[in-house]
Ligand binder design. Structure first.
Ligand code: HAM
Length: 415
């Protein structure tokens, strides 16, 4: 045998047994998102690398360390998309969608980040995301968060909402200056990672999970107390919108996001079922992004949820994936029966009834075994005798009960 070739590290296969759960996740997303007026967009997996440098931010870990970048045969510098927002915004601008007024779009598909693989963190992972363009008012923030809350409820998933505001261009710079100064004053008590991030990306320092950093971070100045009046009013309105919708949340003043485009609203849904990579979804407002990427000033807000992580939660909750099983399994006794089985199976399938047969034929006992293995509800034995009389027996594989059935009425009877 030739040497076998394994898949790429951190990139997973999704086998048929697991796929049903993903299909459910996606079907429920389509259903819920449509109720809120979100329409699907599909953009390429590959984009100009520049899009993410400018969109997500040159200083972020995602762009600096984790992006798969390659030269397209000595021409353009391309990247596998590390997230969905930048590409969606690019398409929104490129196709002039902004002339039609506010738009709500959603997407689903693979994203790529060259992170250190671990539980809940992969190099190819999948997101389902929503982006709402053109509305600056805070009620859309609340509506979108409620959508995600509804979505989780429909799937029977319990996730905790953490809400924060990251301010905007008028209040954040002064805060960052204070934060830097504070962090620098307690440099010696912070871990090497924090020390490295302090200058470049001080907000990220607040997100540090290292035990010894916690006392310092707990005393750090808080943006929430230094918001400009506009950002404060926006945050209050988002909160009252969520209250009105009955969505429960906690304000987490240390919640920061790993992408640079956010202003004001930032949020995450987390679950205890996930361990250290606890965020199942994250998002926020990005009012400057469309303009940064060459479009007209257009506010926006969005989120993405991680499908691998959601699948882990569903699995842990013991939610069985609803896989479609055959209703009838044809067991053939001889060559005539096998031919009839093929014909009858085609007939049932045309009528929308799932059925199976074992094309290898062989011993009937083995065929019955196969019927049980695939989880069929009934078995139907066909041989020369059944073909000649047009009569057969439908055997309930759970109760072992047999019911006579005329082959001509098979579709109606099985239904
Ligand atoms: P993000 O927080 O980077 O946001 O990713 C969103 C979700 O994707 C995370 O909460 C997590 O569930 C999942 N995820 C991220 N990285 C990985 C990974 N390496 N392995 C497995 N799952 C992962 C964004 O990507 C933004 N584009 C969200 C957004 C949309 N903001 C506005 N619009």
């Amino acid at each position: 045998m030739a040497t076998k070739i394994n898949g790429v590290k951190g990139m997973n296969d999704l086998l048929p047994g697991q796929a049903a759960r993903w299909q459910e996740m996606e079907a429920v997303a389509r259903e819920v998102f449509a109720l809120y007026g979100y329409r699907e967009v599909r953009t390429p997996v590959v984009e100009p690398a520049q899009l993410f440098a400018r969109g997500v931010g040159e200083a972020t870990d995602i762009v600096k360390k984790e992006m798969y970048v390659f030269e397209d045969k000595g021409e353009d510098l391309l990247a596998l998309r590390p997230e969905g927002t930048a590409g969606t915004v690019r398409a929104f601008i490129e196709h002039g969608a902004f002339v039609e007024g506010p738009q709500k779009w959603f997407y689903m598909g693979p994203m790529f980040r060259r992170e250190r693989p671990q539980k809940g963190r992969y190099r190819q992972f999948h997101q389902i995301g929503c982006e709402a363009f053109g509305v600056a008012e805070p009620f859309i923030d609340a509506e979108q968060i409620a959508l995600l809350d509804d979505y989780f409820a429909r799937l029977g998933v319990r996730a905790e909402l953490k809400l924060n505001t990251v301010g905007d261009g008028s209040c954040r710079p002064a805060y960052l200056q204070d934060l830097r100064a504070y962090l620098a004053s307690r440099k010696g008590e912070l871990c090497p990672d924090c020390n490295e991030r302090m200058e470049r990306n001080p907000l990220r320092v607040l997100d540090c999970k290292v035990e010894s950093c916690q006392p310092v971070l707990a005393e750090a100045p808080r943006l929430l107390e230094r918001l400009c009046p506009e950002c404060a009013a926006h945050f209050d309105a988002v909160r009252s919108g969520l209250d009105a919708l009955g969505v429960r949340y906690t304000v987490d003043t240390r919640l920061v996001r790993g992408l640079d485009y956010y202003v004001r609203t930032a949020y995450e849904f987390t679950s205890d079922a996930l361990g250290s990579q606890s965020a199942v979804a994250g998002g926020g407002r990005y009012d400057g992004l469309v303009e940064t990427l060459g479009g007209p000033p257009t506010p926006g807000i969005g989120f993405a949820l991680g499908q691998e992580r959601l699948a882990m939660i569903l699995e842990k909750a013991g939610r069985a994936a609803p896989e479609r099983k055959p209703v009838v399994f044809f067991v053939s006794a001889d060559a005539d029966g096998a031919r009839e089985a093929l014909r009858r199976a085609a007939e049932l399938r045309r009528a929308g009834i799932a059925c199976e047969l074992d094309p290898r034929g062989g011993k009937m006992k083995a065929q019955f075994k196969q019927a049980e293995r695939v989880g069929a509800r009934y078995a139907l034995v066909l041989g020369g005798n059944e073909v000649a009389t047009g009569q057969a027996k439908l055997k309930d594989l759970a109760t072992r009960e047999e019911t006579p059935v005329a082959l001509a009425e098979l579709v109606a009877r099985v239904r």
